[in-house]
Design a protein around this ligand. Sequence first.
Ligand code: NAD
Length: 448
Amino acid sequence: MMTANESRLAGLKKKIESREARVGIVGMGYVGLPLALLYSSQRFKVTGFDIEPRKVATLNSGGSYIVRILPSEIREAQKAGFRATADYSEIAQMDAVIICVPTPLDEYHEPDLSFITETVKSIAPWLHENQLIVLESTTYPGTTEEVVVPLLEAGNPRGLKTSRAADQPGFYVAFSPEREDPGNETVARHDIPKVMGGCSPEATQLAAALYGSIFHRVVPVSSPAVAEMTKLLENIYRCVNIALVNELKQLCMKMGIDIHEVIDAAKTKPFGFQAFYPGPGLGGHCIPIDPFYLSWKAQQFDFRTRFIELAGEINTAMPHFVIEQIANGLNEHSKALKGSKVLVLGVAYKRDIDDLRESPSLTIIEMLRDKGALVSYNDPYFPIVGHGRHYDLNMTNTPLDNLGQYDAVVIVTDHSDYDYKAIVEQSQLVVDTRNATKGIDSAKIVRC
Ligand SMILES: NC(=O)c1ccc[n+]([C@@H]2O[C@H](COP(=O)([O-])OP(=O)(O)OC[C@H]3O[C@@H](n4cnc5c(N)ncnc54)[C@H](O)[C@@H]3O)[C@@H](O)[C@H]2O)c1
């Protein structure tokens, strides 16, 4: 016979499987909103929580603030019961809550968990027994057990505890990392296997049921820390390999070898090699940031993560390398950076997306300005670039015409909308940091 707790667990699982479970998603950003739409498309009634009133109002009026999410998708989700709110008391009505809030670095380059702690403190008063809470925000191993669980337990007025065994009543907690790859049209989100680790086998089972209802494959692991570390391994792997090709690119340039030709040849090997590409520096919310969550945590164990530090050093030096190449290119035309008109193409951190967080373009623009260049930018995704946590540019998008007026045009983001042949034809000098001009033969191009 099932214990009372086992039957509650079975009840929640059944509710999830039958789509009757109410799903709350906290953080309606690049991760949370698409996830909300995915659950809505599978007939779950989803409530999106966000502290930004503008986002809540836009979603509730059937609009979208993310370019690749169409308002029609929001309206479709609304038909399945999707709505947004800033009112945390509605957490009480949710069977499962998924947290997708930012995890940036602070000014000292250390983890800033304030978004997670604020969210968890807001959820705690509304917790109820048998509720599943899942953290998706990328973070260091230990966050779920050491930060989230204590705050949930301390903040709920009924003194509920995290269930850690089949016979222990309480709420369930798990961690499941997000593997979204913005702009990647080749893999559907539901085809990306979903890793999850709970604070108890029951929490893992529930998280597996929750995600198994929308993802084709779930990968349960033994603890939240394993799941947290899995995400960091994936991102550190990319960060280190990108640093490797960025370093080799610089050597290849000195040796007169085209690194892209080398990578294209190497990737024909059917095993043991995965292609990574050099570029102007790292961008986005993940690769430039997440590895440092681990190096910070490693200090607690008196351990130095040398690969992460070296990769960080090489990758953060790349915008300086780009500036050097622009200066060299101008020099060939007997011009100095100071006073030159420079057009930067692309401010998004990667091709065809509307996200400029940590974009190397922002650093390159700031460095060019510091050197006295007169900088403009063009990016079809950004009519203006104001200020953010690490930049203050206040610029407006420049139309892509009269390119001959610029002393240099610098391709920092290789959006597919650009006609690179026409750009090269019309420009005096093109500095290409992305191999976007591959196949175009012109003495005007500096490839770096
Ligand atoms: N963007 C990606 O491609 C990606 C990929 C994998 C993992 N991640 C990770 O996912 C997490 C979320 O990233 P994102 O890109 O969606 O961030 P985002 O900035 O796009 O969205 C976060 C949202 O959370 C909201 N928010 C902040 N504090 C809140 C609070 N206390 N209560 C309710 N809402 C709050 C913000 O208003 C914002 O809408 C991060 O940890 C990130 O590292 C992101």
